[in-house]
Design a protein. Structure first.
Length: 294
């Protein structure tokens, strides 16, 4: 799977669900400017589960927000399928987010006055789209919330609320689901359940999932873990264990504290003898090569 997709032409919507090319994001200007993204190029293969990791402030949320059309990039391009987000009007962007993207946030973002069922179908209702009842039933059964559908969010546990948020993201069959710390507020059991569901979204439902996480265990559910440091992609692992992820993060945190995460990783972690954790294909991935060459 991996070596094939490394050779796939960029922006082929059949095989690449989303991506970015030389994406930059600068907050502020002049002396106080913060370069949150410094030329990120990445593809997300259709049907793959990717976790984005990196030290605090490395640009993870910024990258996800630019990829999901929640924030404008300063330069480069972000795309969903073959739609370039940069050229879209507000109206087109709203429609694209509504029709093609599902979101799961750390804070669940459920509407407190609506039942679980109403929250799940809300994006479809707003879009005026029909609910596919068979699909709805399959999703809520898979998530184990079929008996909680008439309840308000306040009557649900945190884990149940997040499962409702996952159902909301899945029920419209979006091309891609973005999760910003989707397990950040959950205990380890609920966290495991939500991650299994996101895993199933790719394995059983063929959707593409991209999450930002700080948790190596959460990242170990992914097919691919991409590491950011100082606004650049500095490393990636394929199907790593939590320990593999932890090791890279330990290195990046250390490098960040010494003041130059991206540079030191380029000559350190990438050649640091951890390659047993890395699928050989990752080494041929153009993103990784491009970054390590910098
Ligand atoms: N609205 C903003 N205005 C100014 N600077 C910002 C803004 N949002 C983010 N930044 C800065 O951009 C950089 C990247 O932030 P971002 O939130 O993307 O990092 P992160 O890796 O998601 O961090 P964390 O893990 O702590 O959530 C940081 O230096 C942050 O302070």
């Amino acid at each position: 799977m991996t070596s094939a997709h490394a050779q796939i032409p960029r922006s082929d919507p059949e095989t690449v669900a989303a991506g970015a090319e030389n994406l930059t994001k600068v907050y502020g200007a002049g002396d106080t400017a913060v370069h949150a993204l410094r030329g990120v190029t990445i593809e997300f293969a259709t049907g793959e589960f990717t976790a984005i990791m990196g030290p605090s402030g490395s640009g993870k949320s910024t990258l996800m927000h630019c990829l999901a059309g929640l924030d404008d990039a300063s330069g480069g391009r972000a795309y969903i399928g073959d739609d370039n987000l940069t050229g879209l009007s507000d109206k087109e962007m709203t429609r694209l987010r509504r029709d093609r993207i599902g979101f799961v946030f750390q804070s669940f973002n459920l509407v407190p006055t609506l039942t679980a069922a109403e929250n799940i179908t809300l994006p479809l209702d707003i879009a005026g789209r029909d609910v596919d009842q068979q699909w709805f039933d399959a999703v809520v059964n898979r998530l184990g919330i079929a008996d909680r559908l008439g309840h308000l969010p306040t009557e649900l546990s945190g884990g149940q609320q997040q499962r409702v948020a996952c159902a909301r993201a899945l029920v419209g069959r979006p091309a891609i689901i973005f999760g910003d710390e989707p397990t950040g507020n959950l205990d380890s059991r609920s966290s495991g359940e939500v991650l299994s569901i996101l895993r199933a979204a790719t394995d059983e439902f063929g959707q593409t999932v991209v999450i930002v996480t700080h948790d190596p265990r959460a990242a170990s559910y992914a097919d691919r873990v991409v590491f950011l440091a100082d606004g650049q992609i500095v490393r990636e692992l394929r199907r790593p264990s939590a320990d593999d992820v932890f090791e890279v993060m330990r290195h990046l945190d250390g490098a960040g504290r010494s003041g130059d995460a991206a540079e030191s990783d380029g000559s350190g972690a990438a050649d640091g003898g951890k390659h047993e954790a890395t699928d050989a294909d990752a080494a041929t991935d153009s993103t990784t090569q491009g970054t390590e060459a910098r």
